[in-house]
Each structure stands twice: as C-alpha cells, then as structure tokens.
Ligand binder design. Structure first.
Ligand SMILES: NC(=O)c1ccc[n+]([C@@H]2O[C@H](COP(=O)([O-])OP(=O)(O)OC[C@H]3O[C@@H](n4cnc5c(N)ncnc54)[C@H](OP(=O)(O)O)[C@@H]3O)[C@@H](O)[C@H]2O)c1
Length: 316
C-alpha cells in the first residue's frame, strides 16, 4: 500500500510517499481500506516538531501523520462483533501518538470508528471527526453551553469553527463569528452566524462585553485580547495547546474563567454529530481535496492559517 511518512521533523517536503506493507490487525481491531483522510493543523505542527505529540514521537520516527479517516472495513479481528467487512465507517484513529491516517489501509480500535453518515461522500466524511469532535466537546463538555447563551467563535470559518457555529446554533445559542471579510457570506449565509466580526480591526470587538462562552480556535495574542468580551461569569475554551497556558494565566490574572482541552475520540459524540449531518442540520464544507501524493501541498495550505472549512486527502 502507499502511505505518507516523515523520517525527520521539518518543512512540508519531509512528507514522503512510500510503498509499505498493509498493517497487521489484532483480535480486537478493524482493518480499514481508507478512501479519504482528513487534514488538521495538528498534523502539520507535529510534522514541524512542535507541540506535545512531537515531543512524544521524536524518538520513534518514521511516523505516518493524520487521525481522520473514512473508508470501508476490509477485515475484522475475531473478537470484533460490531463491524463487518464492507461496512462504510469513519472515525478518529491513533490519537495522539500513533497517527497512521495518511495511508491506503489503517488499523482502528473498535471505539475509534463508527458508521459513516449516509448522505455525504468519503472525502466529506473524512473531514469531520477531529474538528467536529473538538467543536462538540469544547461547546458542550468544556464550555457547558446552555440554550439562549451568547457564544463567540474565534476562527469561525476554519475546520473546528465551522462546526462549532452550526452546533451552537443547534443548541439555541446566539452566535458571533470572527473571520476575515472574504468569509463574511460563508459565516452569515452558509453557517448561519447571527453576527460577523472582521478580526482585522480589533476595535470591532469593543462593542461586546456580554459573551457567555468564547471558543478560541486562534490562540496566542489574539486569544488573549479576546478575553475582554467575556462576561465575569463567562468561560473561554482555548484550543491551540501551544498557547493555552499563557492564556489561562492571563485569564486568571484578570479574574476570568478559561480552560484548555484536548479532543477525545468519543464515538457517542460522533454518532450525535452523524445524526445532525444526516438530518441536514449540519453541513460539512471542504475547501480542497488533494490526492494522497500531494500531502505536502495540503500541509502548505493548512499552514497558511486561511483554510475555509476542511482539507482532505483522497487515496489513490
Ligand atoms: N486542543 C485540541 O484538542 C484541538 C483540536 C483541534 C484543533 N485545535 C487547534 O485549534 C486551532 C484551530 O483549528 P482548525 O482546524 O479550526 O484550524 P484551521 O481550519 O486551519 O483554521 C483556519 C481558519 O482560521 C481563520 N483565522 C486565521 N486567523 C484568524 C484570526 N486572527 N481570527 C479569526 N480567524 C482567524 C481563517 O479565517 P480567514 O481565512 O478568514 O483568515 C481560517 O478560516 C488550531 O490551532 C488547532 O491546532 C486544537
């Protein structure tokens, strides 16, 4: 089979396509013929050697990046009763250390995959798990979202953000999304934001002081400054793990609540997301689909920080 591997950390050109053997699966595992793999910023940060996952895998290269897959069950271990060959599945595999999604075949634990949404194709399905689970867990678990609250999503046009807007609307929140002007129609018309804020002029934030929940998918200085819109009893959930400690410290000094989080491959959450996709209430937006061998171009694109929705890698 073909897979993408890195043998050292570095720029996108360290991603090499290689001929490797189909992985072996255990009695409790599922072998999947991958049709498409989703691309996330964490794949590129780890490839550069940044963040907590790089720290864990640095002495264990080569590494096959990626966590999001959709595909067809090829074979199952003898103790697997819930999946059968031919089932169409999707999920988040091998997070955080193993990865393994950028490949024509991948092994999943039973609790890392579930039935794929029937109404969207494999590329759109592969674009869902990690970003949508992050949005779901940030809003409902870490953010304790309640109907009627005012929620601000920083980077509402991105992979996590575009799901977060739609989930928050589904929960009955008023949603304010930040993006650049070119994404204004995407936020208001496609995603259903109640209000659009152009982040290029920070003074636009000045009119808010009543936000119950901020989902910060930007981090750094921008995340830190955005704390000013939070109500006293509100909460910010900051997602980029590299800057989370600094933001939590700033929030504490200001007497505000902020928390970090790390996404979990929770299939009960993913089944709830599947139901919203199948009912048509939640749409998956793909910015671009690349062939597997162009994984380096997909990484260049995600590193611009200006993807709208998601990127996927289609298998040969
Ligand atoms: N902790 C966790 O478990 C976890 C899980 C998932 C993701 N994350 C992290 O969360 C972050 C977001 O992930 P993602 O997949 O959503 O990224 P993404 O899809 O690459 O985000 C791209 C979006 O960011 C927007 N953007 C860039 N700068 C912005 C700014 N200053 N203000 C508002 N929007 C801005 C862009 O909009 P424009 O094109 O309009 O500029 C673009 O639509 C990443 O750092 C990722 O690593 C953490």
């Amino acid at each position: 089979m073909k897979s993408i591997q890195i043998f050292q950390f570095g720029a996108p050109d360290v991603l090499k396509i290689r001929e490797t053997s189909v992985p072996e699966y255990g009695i409790n595992q599922v072998l999947i013929r991958v049709k498409s793999a989703g691309v996330n910023p964490v794949d590129a940060k780890t490839r550069r050697g940044l963040g907590f996952i790089a720290e864990k895998i640095k002495n264990n290269l080569p590494w096959v990046p990626g966590y999001d897959i959709s595909g067809v069950v090829e074979a199952v271990g003898e103790q697997v009763k819930t999946f059968n060959p031919g089932d169409e599945v999707y999920g988040m595999i091998g997070f955080p250390e193993r990865g393994d999604a950028y490949a024509q075949f991948a092994v999943a634990e039973m609790n890392e995959i579930t039935r794929k949404p029937a109404n969207i194709n494999f590329d759109h399905s592969a674009a869902v798990p990690l970003a949508a689970l992050t949005a779901w867990q940030a809003l409902y678990t870490a953010g304790r979202l309640q109907s009627g609250q005012r929620v601000m999503i920083l980077a509402a046009a991105g992979g996590v953000g575009h799901f977060a807007v739609q989930f928050a609307k589904h929960a009955g929140a008023t949603v304010i999304g930040t993006a650049s002007e070119r994404n204004k129609d995407f936020l208001l018309d496609f995603l259903g934001c109640d209000e659009f804020i152009d982040y290029n002029d920070f003074s636009n934030m000045g009119k808010f002081s009543d936000i119950d929940l901020i989902i910060d998918a930007v981090g750094g200085e921008y995340g830190m400054q955005s704390l000013m819109v939070l109500k006293n009893e509100g909460i910010m959930v900051t997602l980029p793990t590299i800057t989370a400690d600094k933001i939590l410290e700033t929030a504490e000094l200001a007497g505000l609540n902020a928390t970090g989080m790390v996404v979990k491959a929770d299939m009960s959450n993913l089944n709830s997301i599947t139901a919203l996709i199948e009912s048509g209430e939640v749409k998956v937006h793909i910015d671009h689909i690349y062939p597997l061998q162009d994984a380096h171009i997909a990484h260049e694109k995600i590193e611009t920080g200006h993807v709208s929705g998601k990127l996927a890698l289609a298998m040969p």
